[in-house]
Design a protein around this ligand. Structure first.
Ligand SMILES: Cc1cc2nc3c(=O)[nH]c(=O)nc-3n(C[C@H](O)[C@H](O)[C@H](O)COP(=O)(O)OP(=O)(O)OC[C@H]3O[C@@H](n4cnc5c(N)ncnc54)[C@H](O)[C@@H]3O)c2cc1C
Length: 398
């Protein structure tokens, strides 16, 4: 395989393509050099990655969005988008993309623990189907000028370079900025010990499915959340008439009863006898509660679940990622000037997310004590602080 030098080739900046035959018999021959070069590489096309790619591409940066899956893909998610995320999407120019997928307004949160129920009015939440939303946001990113490659596995090297494997090719990029938005099960930082995870091995596992019929015990006008000792199960309607069901269940419950058994045990504990159809195809993700040892270093910024996660009970995971990703430009500019922004990026994330994570941890802690939650729900339905409680649950400002 001959290799060519393009006229303005700068080895620090261009893409080096290693055709498959370069690796035959384990021998790497001279690479082919491709003239295309990206200022920013974004890894992962969930809400965090697509928003970051759109914002960066719109600023004139040559942006590559690399995604491991075949798109559109399904994703374990309750699909309830919080007001702060919606506002951030509109500010980032993704309002039309959001509207194009017919999001369904959600007006109420119905919480159940043991035999108690409380309904809280919620404002401006939207129910969305993740497959459609992420696809629409990828299209918005490419409309803004980003290049999208699916079925492409990205890895960040110790020198902040990005290796891509797709369509039998291997490429190495050296962009000015790398945004890692590869979620909880991302693999792009496997070589970077400095970005290791601190995973709470006792935390629940995430599960999700899309159903044609409403899951048992679901109220049609909002989010239904049923909490038991084994975890919690949430459901809401989608605009196409299907239903999304998402659960966070203890690893022991899944080990002892299987996924269906653990879901039914939570439903039973809250007084529901019905079962999800045995044919329900659950998708799973691993332990949910985790922190990164760091959220940025050198030219690499972490955003969305890739930067850390708590639990889905208060429904703001997508919005955490969207709000941080929408804020990426000033950091991209500073990195372009050669500044080290890792401390600022991490502390800005901490400032934005701290109060929401405290609320999320508190509510999740209560949910694990159904008797306490039952007492709280009975109390809240009698006292005039229902409005205050629902305001705390809705994340309306970033
Ligand atoms: C059970 C459950 C219910 C939830 N319910 C809600 C809810 O109602 N509302 C809400 O706001 N949030 C909810 N969440 C959280 C929400 O799903 C996440 O916070 C959100 O998906 C995070 O978005 P992201 O863009 O950071 O990552 P993701 O959406 O996970 O996207 C990451 C992408 O990176 C890709 N990727 C991974 N590795 C690589 C690689 N090496 N190279 C290239 N691509 C790669 C993946 O294929 C994936 O497409 C829920 C989560 C769970 C588990």
């Amino acid at each position: 395989m001959p290799w060519q030098l393009v006229p303005d080739w700068n080895p620090d900046r261009c893409i080096v393509v290693f055709p498959e035959e370069c690796f035959s018999n384990g021998v790497r021959s001279m690479p082919e050099v491709v003239s295309q070069r990206f200022d920013a590489v974004v890894i992962g096309a969930g809400p965090a990655g697509t928003v970051a790619a759109t914002v960066l591409a719109r600023s004139g940066r040559r942006t590559l969005l690399a995604e491991r899956s075949t798109f559109p893909r399904t994703k374990v998610c309750g699909g309830c988008l919080a007001p702060a995320g919606i506002a951030s999407l509109r500010d980032a120019g993704l309002g039309d993309a959001l509207d194009s997928i017919d999001p369904l307004p959600l007006d109420a949160l119905h919480l159940h623990a043991r035999r108690a129920t409380a309904s809280y009015p919620i404002k401006q939440y939207l129910s969305i189907e993740r497959g459609r939303m992420d696809q629409a946001f990828v299209e918005a990113a490419t409309d803004a000028g980003a290049t999208f490659i699916s079925e492409c596995r990205a890895r960040v090297g110790v020198d902040d370079s990005v290796s891509l494997e797709y369509a039998g090719r291997q490429e190495c990029h050296r962009p000015d900025l790398v945004v890692v938005a590869d979620g909880l099960s991302g693999s792009s930082l496997a070589e970077r010990d400095d970005f290791g995870w601190d995973i709470d091995q006792t935390s629940p596992m995430g599960l999700g499915a899309i159903l044609r019929d409403p899951p048992p015990g679901t109220t049609s006008d909002g989010i239904t959340m049923r909490c038991g000792v084994e975890g919690y199960v949430g459901s809401s309607r989608l605009s196409d008439g299907r239903w999304v069901v998402a659960a966070a269940l203890s690893p022991e419950a899944i080990r002892n009863h299987g996924v269906q058994g653990a879901v039914h045990s939570v439903l039973r504990e809250t007084g529901v006898d019905g079962k999800c159809a045995p044919s329900t195809r659950w998708k799973a993700v691993g332990h949910l509660t985790r922190r990164r040892m760091r959220r940025a270093a050198g030219r690499v910024l972490l955003v969305g679940d890739a930067a850390g996660y708590v639990e889905p009970l208060t429904g703001e995971g997508m919005s955490w990622g969207i709000c941080r990703a929408a804020d990426v430009l000033p950091y991209a500019e500073a990195i372009g000037r050669g500044d080290d922004v890792s401390a600022q990026w991490s502390s800005a994330a901490e400032r934005m997310l701290r109060s929401r994570r405290v609320i999320c941890r508190t509510v999740c802690g209560m949910a694990r004590r159904p008797r306490l939650l039952e007492f709280g729900l009975r109390l809240s339905s009698r006292l005039p602080f229902t409005g205050w409680a629902s305001q705390q649950l809705c994340w309306s400002h970033s």
